[in-house]
Design a protein around this ligand. Structure first.
Ligand code: MG
Ligand code: MG
Length: 253
């Protein structure tokens, strides 16, 4: 069921989303050669809790950590570990925070030091594909228009679209209806309405988008071992577009 959020709920979602944003900004300068992903996870969890929130993903369907840390070819749900980041890696931090029962969800891919041209290209155009998808978020459009725009942009840049994973509604659950696919025909799916809150999150690959699951039953990786990037914002549909909830707080909402 797709729910329309009240102004009071949107205010709580805005606070949760802002904590997610601030956690990204807190961790970003620490994403450097030599730090372990476990340390980043520890610092991120501590920061989320200091803001009075709980990490949305810890315990979500059994996921054991606060933050998902996916390195290089890992697409999503990488486990924080003793792996030390190296110059030339890319890492996606997928962060969720819950404030008074309402969630925010945002993933971002970061470069560690200097990365090669393939990774630079992948990051730049995966980020752009998120905003191409978001351009479709306004009343009158349909959910399928988002995925159509993402896929069209990805394919125009020879990037692979991971189809097994998708965006989603956000509210009192971190994953709610509707599913927001990153592919498919436009003009399909539920109508986008003011007050809907969704996470748009393209996951693109530099090579073939086929994936496999690690033995830990969580981490999703590309079969060909080529890199993957992932950018995600939680947004609320407004009268004529959208407001990013996992960005900086706007003075007048
Ligand atoms: Mg996420
Ligand atoms: Mg998400």
């Amino acid at each position: 069921m797709i729910t329309i959020k009240s102004p009071r709920e949107i205010e709580l979602l805005r606070i949760a989303g802002n904590v997610v944003y601030k956690t990204h900004k807190y961790l970003e300068p620490m994403i450097k050669e030599g730090i372990t992903t476990a340390e980043l996870n520890r610092l991120g969890e501590e920061f989320i809790r200091k803001q009075g929130c709980t990490p949305s993903f810890k315990g979500c369907e059994g996921y054991p950590y606060a933050i998902c840390m996916s390195v290089n070819s890992e697409v999503v749900h990488g486990f924080p570990s003793n792996y030390k980041l190296k110059n030339g890696d890319i890492i996606t931090l997928d962060i969720g925070a819950c404030w008074k029962g309402y969630h925010g969800d945002s993933a971002w891919t970061y470069a560690v030091g200097e990365v090669d041209d393939e990774k630079k290209f992948l990051m730049e155009h995966t980020k752009e594909s998120l905003f191409k998808g978001l351009e479709q978020v306004k009343p009158g459009q349909r959910i399928g228009d988002i995925g159509h725009a993402v896929e069209e942009y990805a394919l125009a840049h020879n990037l692979g679209v991971v189809k097994e994973l998708c965006g989603h509604g956000v509210g009192t659950e971190v994953h709610e209806d509707p599913e927001v696919l990153n592919y498919g025909p436009g003009g399909t799916g539920p109508k986008i309405k003011e007050g809907m809150v969704i996470a748009v999150e393209p996951m693109l690959t530099a090579g073939n988008p086929d994936i496999y699951l690690h033995d830990n039953d969580w981490t999703v990786d590309t079969i060909d071992g080529r890199p993957s990037a992932h950018y995600e914002h939680t947004v609320v549909v407004t009268k004529d577009g959208y407001e990013i909830l996992t960005g900086e707080l706007k003075k007048n909402g």
